[in-house]
Design a protein. Structure first.
Length: 269
């Protein structure tokens, strides 16, 4: 794709998106621009042929798609820094900002710019993100254009805007929850005899297999669980111990707690 993309505020997520765009082989690095106040944090991207700058206005002028990847506390300042450069005939404004609604963004930039909210996770760096995407109904064309971009970086799901916050908890924070589960499994592996690096590999690949089975079979996870549980067997014994210790409850409560935290951020914004 010849689409020119700027990533405004290239922190961990912004840098992950940049890596994913390059890794996908669908975008030329020369058409990417990253911004950050501290250029030392992103200068390494120059070796990939990506432009870096601390000038948001310059980056916006150079691009067709503007991806804003800053924290909600910086939203107004950053959007104001380049709003005069936005062109409704040229730009699509894409926001990953937690808790900042499309209407809030519109009130800051003050123009009829198509705005699309996306919620990827950091697996976007290896083109394995689960990304939820939302826009206002009138911006459907822009929504589809953004979906084509993020389809190259993993899987996507178009949702209503009010589900972007829950998606942040399930897909964004959720990545950390699953990583913690992998770590816990690897620690169990070490306790039963494997070296730490072996246990991490075994746990991570097993988790990948479980996820792939769920996606590829399009079946409920329990149907796959039933295939590996036998009467009085070792798997059901382990599963029951997990439930006795509150594994499912803990995961559910973590996701709900994260979603509630986002709602608190929205109320304060």
């Amino acid at each position: 794709m010849k689409t020119k993309i700027s990533i405004i505020g290239a922190g961990n997520l912004g840098k992950a998106i940049a890596h994913g765009l390059v890794k996908s082989d669908s975008f030329s690095s020369e058409n990417l621009v990253l911004t950050r106040r501290n250029l030392s944090e992103i200068n390494a991207f120059k070796t990939l042929g990506i432009q870096v700058t601390d000038n948001n206005s310059f980056a916006v002028k150079m691009s067709d798609l503007v991806i804003v990847c800053v924290g909600p506390q910086d939203a107004e300042q950053v959007l104001t820094s380049f709003k005069e450069e936005l062109d409704s005939k040229k730009h699509i404004l894409i926001s990953t900002m937690t808790g900042i609604s499309i209407n809030k963004i519109k009130s800051i930039v003050g123009q009829q710019i198509p705005i699309v909210r996306v919620m990827p996770n950091i697996a976007v760096a290896i083109c394995e993100s689960m990304t939820c995407i939302a826009s206002l109904d009138k911006d459907t064309h822009s929504l589809e254009a953004v979906k084509k971009i993020f389809d190259q970086l993993g899987q996507t799901l178009i949702v209503k805007e009010d589900l972007i916050a829950p998606a942040t908890a399930l897909c964004g924070s959720g990545l950390a929850f699953f990583l913690r589960a992998v770590r816990a499994a690897s620690q169990g592996g070490t306790e039963i005899g494997f070296h730490a690096e072996e246990a991490i590999l075994l746990a991570a690949q097993t988790a990948r297999g479980a996820a792939s089975l769920t996606i590829n079979s399009k079946m409920h996870p329990e149907s796959e669980i039933d295939k590996v549980t036998t009467p009085k067997g070792i798997t059901i014994s382990g599963l029951n111990e997990m439930e006795h210790q509150g594994f499912s409850s803990a995961m559910i409560r973590a996701i709900v707690r994260s979603a509630n935290k986002i709602e608190d951020i929205i109320k304060k914004s």
